[in-house]
Ligand binder design. Sequence first.
Ligand code: ADP
Ligand code: MG
Length: 365
Amino acid sequence: MGSVRLEQVHKKYDKNVVVNDVNLEIKDKEFVVLVGPSGCGKSTTLRMIAGLEEITEGKIFIDDKLVNNVAPKDRDIAMVFQNYALYPHMNVYENLAFGLKMRKYPKDEIKNRVHQAADILGIKEMLERKPKALSGGQRQRVALGRAIVRKPKVFLFDEPLSNLDANLRVQMRTEISRLHKQIETTMIYVTHDQIEAMSMGDRIVIMHNGIIQQVDTPLNIYNKPTNKFVAGFIGSPTMNFFDGKLIKTDTIAFEIATCKIILPLSQQDQTRLSQYLNHDITIGIRPEHILAKPSNNYNHKINTNINVTEPVGNEIFVYFALGNNSNQYVSRIPSDIIPQAGKEFELYFDISKFHFFDKTSGKVL
Ligand code: ADP
Ligand code: MG
């Protein structure tokens, strides 16, 4: 078993609160990703779970056992870092065996575990090699292997793929996911990369300024962000935001403040949001919901001025402005339509896909 629970965990450096009232329950065998911008407190949180960093306030439990005062080596966890320095003078076998040797495991047990880990990771033929004779990906596998041989209750990963090139990162991402399925052990994975988070996590924990913003499945985070920060952090290109007001015309509609463009609301949103009439709100819409052609009922046309187009193969990112305003927005459209930069172009807002936020607090409405 390997459940992890954080209760009202705080971390302060002097007066600086870098982890603020974190409450989190991670189930046995779950793959949870902590994601957020650099400096938001991800590593500090992970290091507190590992016992490498003292907790200023709060409680951490592993399998319902309070571990606040348990030494890292006795917590039954293994951690993989971005800088996975292998011992250069030892071969792969010795690198994998080292931690077990230090813990005085019997020789046979060490041999079994090393071979088993090498098997899982597909590095059996490399056991005799020194790290310098390995590729980046193979080295990273050995680093994972050092954690696997320990058979911990919980794996902690702190940006383990950040040093790899883009292709290898994608490959290792799927390997770690596969590894998780195979060894069925709890994994807590820290990254600043939202794509890594979305593709790997059973659940994602989004952090900002030391505070958890949302904990949910990748799809719920994408489709139902609880605030503007989460909405803008997940998704690439990022969600478009327009500040404005709900006004009453024939029906309730949204008026974009900067250019007085009026967007109709779906029937459902009108009912739900009628209480916010004349409030300052922010409306959000993802680039894929601003279309080049009308579709079904979502046919609200807007005249835009195209700034730049960015073909990315299967689709085009279209960066555009509205009215005389300099704000830039983005739509992604199929690559069979090619708008001209510097020209006017009609785009269609799918009004069923709007997100609404309180302008001041950023909370979803
Ligand atoms: P992340 O991993 O999300 O990038 P960290 O958890 O490493 O962020 O850091 C969170 C904040 O705590 C940062 O502002 C960082 O500068 C600060 N911090 C981290 N370690 C220390 C330390 N030993 N002393 C003082 N401040 C620290
Ligand atoms: Mg970090």
